[in-house]
Design a protein around this ligand. Structure first.
Ligand code: AMP
Ligand code: GLY
Length: 425
């Protein structure tokens, strides 16, 4: 098959690496790709959100299959347009991508399907929201309904903070994403990520991971897109994974199918493991970034064929994914300033040295300048290693980080700390 991969981050570098190794992949294109993806695909300079240009490219290049990395083109309807052309596409139609595009949509679906999640109210004005607040204990969670690049969630520790968050959101702090707000009960527990593939009807578990959202060691400081991850997440035991499939994933896919908006692609469930069992925090309609990098590091088999089965309604006939034993762990190297304004243009050296011994350095936000690789985003590199334990995978990842020459970058030094502590017991 000739495959087009849409996207340009570390997630897409990891996807391109697996797709290019797939026996069923003849030619791989990436739009727009990045300097790391160039090793595995022909990169074409089309932005991931330029739907018209993407469609024109697909028509002109005998593309047999499209894999969509990021959420924005899915929410904007790229999968609908590709399927209208008869092109199998891995990623949900706009109606089903509302699972990520609208937090209120997902909460209402959970209510209809009896899926365990935090109690909530949807509010379409600041007055409604302030009135609804009285029914919630503190802390309380205030969320902008729409896509806000991972920034539209405020955990308010006081009522004054909650009211300020409501005022900010309705005043446009997150643009159109905050035209509606969801107020949620605060849940406590350990967080974990769970992935499942769906072809609209059939579902298949696709592994677990744990991310680190805060910018600083010890989980302090502002939220980010994710500073590092490991897979699998042993807190999601086989019994818990089966409970998540039964109580959360299957009812979601069945409800969307019954309502005429079948879900095709990967369901990324952010979970809270509460004393009352796993509860859904939120859905994403794509692979996690950097969770995808650790899943791809462990995947064995024909990845393109598996995604194609999901895209063509034949997942029931596809073999379940096989993941290598042990663990994969990735450390995000970010540019100084992230998650605020990251410093651009810093030179990165010694990537090949860091990759010695089976480590992979995925490019997340890099560019070429005068024959050098330079920083061109907030999250810049994902240094990814494997090991028989999280402790060993972590040691290998940081040994590789220490070989890199990236003076204007930084990383957390404690990725995997929960599991490293458990392994030391
Ligand atoms: P989200 O963007 O929905 O993943 O939210 C970002 C982060 O906010 C999550 O990873 C959780 O740490 C936290 N969060 C979101 N909703 C809740 C909730 N209802 N209770 C506790 N923490 C939450
Ligand atoms: N790492 C979290 C996300 O991709 O949303």
């Amino acid at each position: 098959m000739n495959i087009l991969l849409i996207g340009s981050g570390g997630r897409e570098h990891a996807l391109s690496w697996q797709l290019a190794q797939s026996p069923s992949c003849a030619k791989l294109y990436a739009a727009p790709g990045n300097p790391g993806i160039e090793a595995h695909a022909e990169c074409v300079p089309i932005a991931a959100d330029d739907l018209d240009a993407l469609i024109a490219f697909v028509r002109a290049h005998a593309i047999d299959f499209v894999v969509v990395g990021p959420e924005a083109p899915l929410v904007a309807g790229i999968a609908d347009r590709l399927r209208d052309l008869g092109i199998p596409t891995f990623g949900p139609a706009a109606a089903a991508a509302q699972l990520e595009g609208s937090k209120g949509f997902t909460k209402d679906l959970c209510a209809r399907a009896g899926i365990p999640t935090a109690a909530y109210v949807r509010c379409s004005s600041a007055d409604d929201a302030r009135a609804a607040l009285a029914d919630f204990a503190i802390p309380v969670v205030i969320k902008a309904d729409g896509l806000a690049a991972g920034k539209g969630v405020i955990i308010a520790e006081t009522r004054a903070e909650a009211e300020a968050a409501i005022a900010d959101m309705f005043a446009g702090a997150f643009g159109g994403a905050g035209a509606e707000v969801v107020i949620e009960e605060f849940m406590t527990g350990e967080e974990a990520s769970f992935f499942a593939l769906s072809d609209g009807t059939n579902v298949m578990a696709f592994g677990s991971a744990q991310d680190h959202k805060r910018v600083g060691d010890g989980d302090v400081g502002p939220n980010t897109g994710g500073m590092g991850a490991y897979s699998p997440a042993p807190v999601l035991t086989p019994d818990l994974q089966e409970a998540v499939m039964e109580r959360i994933i299957r009812p979601t896919v069945a409800t969307l199918a019954a309502e005429g908006t079948p879900y095709v692609g990967v369901l990324f469930a952010g979970l809270m493991l509460t004393d009352a069992g796993p509860k859904l925090i939120e859905y994403n309609c794509r692979f996690g970034d950097p969770e995808c990098q650790v899943l791809m590091m462990r995947f064995t088999g024909d990845f393109a064929a598996l995604l194609h089965a999901a895209a063509t309604g034949t997942l029931a006939d596809a073999p379940a994914p096989v993941f290598a034993g042990g663990y994969a762990l990735t450390v995000v190297m970010a540019a100084n300033g992230y998650p605020g304004t990251p410093e651009k243009g810093g030179t990165i050296g010694h990537i090949a040295d860091a990759e010695a011994g089976g480590v992979r350095v995925f490019h997340a936000g890099t560019a070429r300048a005068d024959g050098r690789i330079v920083a061109a985003g907030g999250r810049v590199l994902n240094v990814t290693a494997t090991g028989p334990t999280v402790t060993e995978a972590q040691a290998r990842a940081y040994a590789a980080v220490d070989k890199l020459d990236f003076a204007t970058g930084f990383c957390r030094r404690d990725i995997g700390w929960r599991e490293v502590a458990r392994e030391a017991r």
